[in-house]
Design a protein. Structure first.
Length: 392
């Protein structure tokens, strides 16, 4: 990451830091239900742990890696606290969230650009969603709309397939190779941020209108169309589709990547990192995000995400301990590490803490956070989240 001189890293008032975190939390309420297990409710607790463990100086003006960024809410918090954030996740859905909310500092789509995506009627519109999802996840009219939106997004960004656009904006070498002498890094970065804002605008609208919550449909986020109409009484309606106006500039450059976490740790020199935050899949059925978000990855052209997800090794409990040890062995030794888990993870909080302690840490501290969640239509249930801090 490019570390720049900072004019505005003092975004958090030392005397009212909890109010500042609440402000971040309130801002993020504009993002409705973006990701299962997102950490919006825990932002105050996470900031409190950072403050209690003396990590604020590491964060403000420092470089923070969010290794499994998911909703990108924690990345957004660290950026708000004055950090240059590296936000990473394997899912394209999560990568685009991080580009839109964290990497982006200045760009928002115009009304004309939004209108083109939603209203243009291309003559060469594909039929992939109609061919594969009508009668299963969407009505025919809904599927036609989704095919039209994704085609308009392709047209607006150089007429490339969506999956290629994700790679084009994610991989600078790939972009340079395709653009040659015309490559302008600032222009490319702005175009990437515009694309991410527009894509997330569509993806989050689909989540809002098709997710019934709970574990319906074997963990799928997009409910079966018959269940959805029965529960909501209607198909989705094209309204209140607009981009998020949450971007801000903290004076530092943040970046987003779409990579397997262990590959990232092996590939990059991380000796300049000041802090690593790790909120990995917790093990078992609740970790199969590729399955939960299968439609969205397919919509973006990543139909092979299941093969990639297996490579990440954190979706099955039987391979978790070995994979976790490999991850720990690759983490930068000079940085504090922060882990998030809960009381239904692949191992108990104490067992996870003890496993982390084996990897050359001077002190490992576990904080327990009471957490309420809603399961289907039942009343809120209590659980325990663990925030584990491993000091170098």
């Amino acid at each position: 990451m490019d570390r720049k001189s900072v004019e505005s890293t003092d975004l958090f008032d030392a005397d009212d830091w909890i109010g500042d975190v609440k402000d971040v939390q309130n801002r993020l309420h504009a993002v409705s239900n973006p990701y299962r297990g997102n950490k919006r409710k825990m932002l105050i607790d996470l900031a409190s742990v950072c403050r209690e463990e003396g990590l604020q100086e590491k964060i403000e003006g420092g470089q923070v890696l969010d290794l499994f960024s998911g909703s990108a809410f924690c990345s957004y918090l660290f950026k708000s606290m004055g950090a240059a954030v590296w936000s990473n996740d394997l899912l394209a859905f999560s990568y685009l969230s991080a580009v839109s909310l964290v990497e982006n500092s200045t760009v928002i789509p115009s009304k004309e650009q939004i209108r083109f995506i939603l209203k243009n009627k291309p003559t060469d519109c594909g039929t992939r969603i109609r061919d594969n999802y009508v009668g299963v996840r969407f009505t025919e009219e809904e599927a036609e709309t989704l095919d039209r939106w994704i085609r308009n997004l392709e047209i607006q960004h150089g007429d490339r397939p969506i999956a290629e656009l994700v790679e084009f904006y994610n991989d600078i070498d790939y972009a340079v190779e395709n653009l040659g002498e015309d490559f302008d890094p600032d222009s490319h970065r702005s175009a990437a941020h515009l694309f991410a804002q527009e894509a997330i605008m569509l993806l989050h609208f689909i989540v809002r209108t098709t997710d019934l919550g709970g574990r319906l449909n074997n963990g799928q986020v997009v409910a079966r169309v018959d269940h959805r109409i029965e529960n909501k009484g209607r198909t989705f309606i094209e309204r209140n589709i607009r981009p998020y106006n949450l971007h801000f500039n903290n004076g530092l450059t943040s970046v987003a990547t779409r990579m397997d976490a262990i590959d990232l740790l092996k590939q990059f020199d991380l000796s300049d990192l000041d802090l690593v935050y790790i909120d990995p899949p917790y093990g078992g059925d609740q970790s199969d995000y590729a399955k939960m978000y299968e439609f969205f990855e397919d919509y973006l052209g990543f139909s092979d995400i299941h093969n990639e997800w297996e490579k990440e090794r954190f979706a099955k409990s039987k391979t978790y301990a070995e994979s976790f040890d490999e991850l720990l062995s690759l983490l930068p030794k000079q940085s504090p590490w922060i882990f998030s888990y809960n009381d239904s993870s692949w191992a108990s909080g104490e067992e996870i803490k003890n496993q982390i302690s084996k990897f050359d840490r001077s002190r490992v501290v576990m904080h327990e956070v009471d957490y309420e969640y809603q399961y289907r239509a039942k009343d809120n249930s209590a659980g325990t989240e663990y925030v584990i801090v491993a000091h170098p």
